[in-house]
Design a protein around this ligand. Structure first.
Ligand code: NAD
Length: 467
């Protein structure tokens, strides 16, 4: 079995404990991973703190060059990473390959930004300049749905700005992040990036740590609330990317043949375990039956299986807890609506659920109101566009959303009224490192990516001179 190590102060080290990592397609132990103790977390934070002054003092172009080398090394080992990602996370190999390629693209794009000094006033009276200074140690907390890509949402901008980091992956998907640590250990000075793994026990210690200046977190809204509370005592900076329950609104006049594949892809990528997946589809009554029938056809055609098997289009749920949660939602969907495709669990080992389309459900049903984070799409009929907008906006979450139809003016006017961080027209799940990404309402705080994302890893410093 491959050995995995933590990265602390530039060294690859054993954990004080170990933990099993399970392949969700087989339920077999895939590897034993290190599990860091509280003492190792403290050592990692101390190393990041010690590395900070020298890292922050380096010219930004030096930092940029080193960050870019991480992308080069990852690209050179892309296939190895993709296979491991499929085995620990469950996603089909082509999706894993795409995640690695996208990770390299994110690192390369995000490493390209600059932190220019802004002259706010320059006159006979005064010179006022705005600098953007790094914060110190950034704690990055990663979920299990995109364990490599989400590291690349945070690491390039945090480091480019001059911060150092402690990265903590999710307990069920630590392996690819630890492997990334092998690459980082060869490239970055000791302590600039540290990687520690846990069994869901070290997150609170990291978020409350007095030597951590900022937490960049991606995960559930419930955990985001705990992090906000824990960060209060030290006034930590926070960027929170949290849960979503994205609505897709399919307007009257939309072409079901065009719309259904887009809805399906937007709902079932990574077995629905995507923060920005379509989690509720509101379809106008005039085309409801046809859209439902086409979605059902696509669901029946999906190939569910081990992501390493050629031809698999939908893998397992990532872990036992999520599997049990989605199964419970499936039971409530069966009681509340009409299952027109899927709804079954293939026999044998693995956390598999066939892609499921549920018709004749409504707001107030659990499968509509709760984020399923799994391969079940509720389809809700509407007759009045205003009512559909009210439904889309009716929850406390607001991460993404989409509007589908041929009438572009109507689609735009609806899109502008969806209360979420991102709204698409005639597509879903299209994002990139140059487009600021953040959640409205309880879907998040702050933004990631682009200049706006870089700014969140900095502190404004004004230098105001008398003339
Ligand atoms: P989670 O919140 O349970 O775990 C995420 C991470 O937080 C893990 O590393 C976990 O160990 C850590 N953690 C757990 N408790 C903690 C605590 N008290 N303090 C600090 N850290 C703690 O979420 P999950 O189950 O891994 O992911 C699923 C959820 O994440 C879904 O709701 C999904 O919508 C959301 N998500 C959001 C985005 C986004 O960008 N908005 C992206 C992916 C997932």
């Amino acid at each position: 079995m491959t050995e995995y190590r933590l990265l602390i102060d530039g060294k690859l080290v054993h954990g004080d404990m170990t933990m099993a990592v399970v392949n969700p397609a087989t339920e077999q132990v895939l590897a034993r991973a290190p599990r860091a103790s509280r003492g190792q977390l403290d050592t990692a934070v101390a190393a990041a703190k010690a590395a900070f002054p020298a890292w922050a003092a380096r010219p930004i172009n030096d930092r940029r060059a080193l960050i870019l080398r991480i992308a080069d090394q990852l690209e050179a080992r892309a296939e190895e990473f993709a296979r491991l990602l499929t085995q620990e996370q469950g996603k089909p190999l082509p999706e894993a390959q795409a995640e690695i390629a996208y990770t390299c693209a994110f690192i390369r794009h995000l490493a390209g930004y600059d932190l220019p000094v802004k002259v706010i006033e320059d006159n006979d009276n005064r010179l006022v300049r705005q600098f953007r200074k790094p914060l110190g140690v950034v704690g990055a907390i990663i979920p299990w749905n995109f364990p490599v890509l989400i590291v690349a949402f945070k690491l390039p901008l945090a480091l480019l700005a001059g911060n150092t980091m402690v990265v903590k992956p999710a307990p069920t998907t630590p392996l690819t992040t630890l492997k990334l640590g092998e690459i980082i250990a060869e490239i970055l000075p000791p302590g600039v990036v540290n990687i520690v793994t846990d069994q869901n026990d070290l997150g609170p210690a990291l978020t409350a740590h007095p030597d951590v200046a900022k937490i960049s977190f991606t995960g559930s809204t419930a955990t985001g609330q705990k992090i906000m509370a824990s960060a209060a005592s030290t006034i930590k900076r926070l960027t929170l990317e949290l849960g979503g329950n994205d609505a897709a609104i399919v307007l009257p006049g939309a072409d079901p043949a065009k719309v259904a594949p887009g809805l399906f892809a937007g709902a079932f990528m990574n077995a629905g375990q995507v923060c920005l997946a379509i989690k509720r589809a509101y379809v106008h009554g005039s085309i409801y039956d046809e859209v439902c029938a086409r979605l059902a056809e696509l669901a029946e055609a999906a190939v569910v299986g081990d992501g390493l098997q050629q031809g698999t289009t939908i893998g397992p749920l990532q872990n036992r807890m999520q599997f049990d949660k989605v199964k419970a939602l499936l039971d409530s969907a069966r009681a509340d609506g009409r299952i027109i495709a899927g709804g079954t669990l293939p026999g044998g080992p693995g956390y598999f659920i066939r892609p499921t389309i549920v018709a004749d459900v409504a707001d107030g049903h659990r499968i509509v109101d709760e984020e399923q984070f799994g391969p079940i799409l509720p389809v809700i009929r509407f007759d009045d566009v205003e009512a559909a907008v009210a439904s889309a906006n009716g929850l406390d979450l607001g991460l993404g959303g989409s509007v589908w139809g041929e009438d572009r003016d109507l689609a735009r006017s609806v899109a502008e009224r969806i209360e979420s961080g991102t709204v698409w027209i005639n597509k879903h799940l299209d994002f990139g490192p140059n487009i600021p990404f953040g959640g409205a309402k309880q879907s998040g705080l702050g933004v990631e990516f682009a200049e706006e994302g870089l700014a969140e890893f900095t502190q404004v410093r004004i230098v105001n001179e008398a003339r």
